[in-house]
Write a protein that binds this ligand. Structure first.
Ligand code: XMP
Length: 515
């Protein structure tokens, strides 16, 4: 998308940190786009980046089938003198491509290290002679390519960084994007501002303006329909589209019977004073019939995604809408496996589950380049109420992916009631910095004792996590007495439940949603 002239490309070689690089640079007010090593010269020409960052990655550059940039792309970058910063695998790739030597080391280096900085130019401007950095690598550069100089070393890595100033190429063995690298942000800022000469024009006010223009030019005088779920993403997508095309936007709120407690009322109220055409559809029966006896989470996602789209198609026909607006955000796109180098983790229904035959002229995803915190910021700027902006993210397939068994009245009711208790208790205890908090209805049963009677009852799992952007998450270390209150309320107020468990796994390895 066009968001201004300045773009830094981040080439993702399969690194778990590629997103962090992109986010850090955006924090410096420069727009970033993550692309994959298969990128072609015309694609780069079209974007016309101010600089390129080559990410780390799990492979070795000299292995067969490792992701590499093509020779044409590499030559083009050199010819055009586009500044390059290689990080870890990216650093080794530069050495490998330009005539240096890269080898595997028996002893891998992970964790915090101290490096000697031998340079005060380019990316190392204003750094100390010794810096604390984060290392995570197996391979090393053993010989620099012709025309390069070594700019940093450690006891175990004699070539921990290098540069070729005339070509504006820099390589770093360590990771500046990780918070453990004390001056990592300074290094990235030096690259973006000193080396790439960016001006720092990326901000969300520009984003709103640019996105509105884009929406207007795509939709013209047509009508659009949006799948309003009440979550942050679709609400912000609705608000920005409404600002662009006013009451030619029709917001369809589908109640699939898998919503949180009180959600319908909150959403109806939030959009009641707007220009938007708001329509609520009660489709619970339809969804429950389709989901009957389905336990497999990917099947649930596909069925729900497909049914959603069918309903929208029906509504769009009635309304005469040609365009479908969706609240897809950047992590949804990446995690749905659109990259060849990342595994499909879950098919988020608003992307991966899209049916093939679709009768809209175009699908518009105004937020597809934004991270969640950026989406919230846009929502605030557009004047949406805090109740919508600050709510926990809620997945499109709703409570269906928070029950490990089939979608039944009982499973959904337990999940809904228990989640409401979790939210209430966390709010009463004023616990902050929570990304998501909800209950999970588990399929297994355990023996309980109620009064004097044995009861073979249900288990509810609690998932409360902290996160920056849902790419990784940590379980929240809640006070015991709070967990006890939640557990007591759930077992007292929901008759089927005799046991409450707490998920104490981070992401990875566990994902945030249980299914
Ligand atoms: P996971 O479970 O993959 O979730 O760690 C990461 C974030 O994405 C949300 N999520 C979804 N959102 N449709 C959505 O719109 C989906 O199918 C879906 N699955 C997960 C999840 O709530 C978390 O914030």
């Amino acid at each position: 998308m066009s968001v201004g002239e300045e773009v830094i490309l981040v080439v993702d070689f399969g690194s778990q940190y590629a997103h962090l690089i992109a986010r850090r640079v955006r924090e410096l007010k420069v727009y970033t786009e993550i692309v994959f090593p298969e990128i072609t010269v015309p694609e780069i020409e079209k974007i016309s980046p101010k600089g390129i960052i080559l990410s780390g990655g799990p492979r070795s550059v000299y292995e067969k089938d490792s992701p590499l940039l093509s020779d044409e792309v590499f030559d083009f970058i050199l010819k055009k003198e586009i500044p390059v910063l290689g990080i870890c695998y990216g650093h080794q790739l530069i050495a490998f491509k330009m005539g240096g030597i890269v080898k595997g080391e028996k002893r891998k280096e992970y964790g915090i290290a101290t490096v000697d900085i031998l340079d005060s130019e380019g990316i190392f401007k204003d750094l100390d002679k010794k810096e604390t950095v984060w290392m995570s690598h197996g391979d090393q550069v053993f010989e620099i390519p012709p025309g390069f100089i070594v700019t940093s070393k450690t006891e175990t890595s004699p070539i921990a960084a290098f540069r070729n100033t005339s070509k504006k190429i820099y390589g770093l063995q360590w990771h500046p994007e990780v918070v453990h690298t004390k001056n990592g942000k300074k290094i990235l800022s030096n690259f973006v501002y000193n080396v790439c000469s960016c001006q720092g024009t990326w901000n969300l006010a520009n984003f709103i303006e640019e996105t509105m223009k884009e929406i207007k030019s795509k939709i013209g005088n047509g009508r659009a329909i949006i799948a309003l779920s009440g979550g942050v993403d679709s609400s912000v997508a609705a608000a920005i589209t409404e600002k662009a095309i006013g009451n030619r936007l029709y917001a369809v709120f589908v109640d699939h019977g898998l919503l949180r407690k009180g959600e319908t009322e909150i959403v109806s109220k939030a959009f009641s004073g707007h220009d938007i055409n708001f329509k609520k559809i009660d489709a619970k029966k339809r969804f429950f019939e389709k989901l009957d006896c389905v336990s497999d989470p990917e099947k649930k996602r596909m069925i729900i995604g497909e049914e959603f789209i069918r309903i929208f198609e029906e509504e769009a026909k009635k309304i005469g809408a040609d365009f479908l607006v969706q609240g897809t955000i950047y992590p949804d796109v990446i995690e749905s496996g659109r990259s060849q180098h990342a595994d499909t983790i879950k098919s988020h229904h608003n992307v991966g589950g899209l049916p093939e035959s679709i009768s809209f002229k175009e699908i518009i995803e105004p937020l597809r380049d934004l991270y969640k915190d950026e989406v919230r910021e846009v929502g605030r700027k557009l004047g949406l109420p805090d109740k919508i902006i600050n709510q926990y993210p809620f997945p499109g397939p709703g409570l269906a992916v928070r029950i490990t068994g089939p979608v039944t009245e009982e499973n959904i009711r337990i999940c809904r009631e228990a989640s409401a208790i979790v939210e209430e208790e966390l709010e009463n205890a004023s616990i902050e910095n929570i990304w998501q908090a909800f209950a999970v209805t588990l399929e297994d049963k355990v023996v309980g004792v109620v009064g004097d009677q044995r009861k073979f009852g249900r288990i509810v799992g609690l998932r409360v996590v902290e996160s920056q952007d849902a790419m990784t998450a940590n379980f929240k270390k809640l006070p015991w007495n709070l967990l006890e209150n939640i557990s007591t309320r759930i077992t007292n107020e929901i008759p089927e439940v005799v046991s409450v468990a707490y998920f104490i796994s981070h992401k990875p390895p566990q994902t945030i949603e249980p299914c």
